[in-house]
Design a protein around this ligand. Sequence first.
Ligand code: NAP
Length: 250
Amino acid sequence: MSIFKKILLSISLISSVIFLPNSFSAETVLITGANRGIGLALAEQFQEAGYNVIGTARKPTKAKKLSALGVRLEQLDIADPTSVSALAERLDGAVIDILVNNAGIGGHSTDAFSDLDIEKLHKVFNVNSLGPLRVTQALLPNLDASKNKRVASISSKMGSIELNTWGCCFGYRGSKAALNSFNKVLSMEFGKQGFVFVVLHPGFVKTDMTRGRGNLTTKESSSGLFKVISELKAEDNGKFYDYQGKPLPW
Ligand SMILES: NC(=O)c1ccc[n+]([C@@H]2O[C@H](COP(=O)([O-])OP(=O)(O)OC[C@H]3O[C@@H](n4cnc5c(N)ncnc54)[C@H](OP(=O)(O)O)[C@@H]3O)[C@@H](O)[C@H]2O)c1
C-alpha cells in the first residue's frame, strides 16, 4: 500500500471513530395511534428531527400515510393485552427513549344523562386510561434501558376537573382524569429512577376525533408537543402541560 493510501485510510479510520458515536446517538421514540391525526403528525415531526421513530397502528396494512414516512411500523391495539405483549416481545432488548401514549377515542356520549348507556363506558376507559397504562408497563424495560427516559401521554383539558365549567362527556372526561391520575402515580413510583412522566393537552385540533373542528392543525399542535416532549427535564416529572408547555390545573 502506498504511503498516500495509508494516510487516506488513517484519516477515514480516525474520522469514523470521531463521527460514529454521533450517527448512532439518535434517540428512539414510540408513538401509539400514529396512523392518523395528531399521532401521524407527531411521527412526522420526530422523524424530521432525526429520531428513530416507531409508529404503531391497529391495522398496519391500512396505515399508508405512516408507512410512506418510512418509519418502523408496528401493530398495536392498546385495548388488547395480547397485542400489547406481542409488541413488547418484538421489541425485546430495544432501547426506547420516549414513549408517546397518543392513541385515544372520544367514546360513547349522550346529551341527556338518562340516555347514557353506562356499560358502553367500559370501552373508553379501556382505551384512554388502561391502554396507556398497559403499554407503559409492557415497555418499561425498554424505557429503563434509556439514559433519558420519558413517557408523554396525550391527555386533554377535558380531563381537568378544575377546568370543567360546562359539563358533558362522562366517559371521555372521566377516562382522561384517570389517565392523569395514573400518570401522577407513575411519576412518584419511577421519578427517582430517572423517568419523566407527563400528561399533555394537544389543544383543540382538527382531526377525525373532532370531526374536523378545532383551532389548530395537526402540524401546529404536533410542533408544539414535539418541543415540549423533546425538552422534558427531571423537574417536569408528574406535570400536566398544554402543547405550548403551559401548566394546566388538575
Ligand atoms: N383532537 C383534539 O382536539 C384533541 C384534544 C384533546 C386531546 N386529544 C387526544 O389526542 C389523542 C389523538 O387524538 P386525535 O385527535 O389525533 O384522534 P384521531 O384522529 O381520532 O386518531 C386517534 C388515533 O388513535 C388510534 N386508536 C384508537 N383506538 C385505539 C386502540 N384501541 N389501539 C390503538 N390505537 C387506537 C386510532 O387508530 P385507528 O385509525 O385504528 O382507529 C388513531 O390512530 C387522543 O388521545 C385524544 O384523546 C385530542
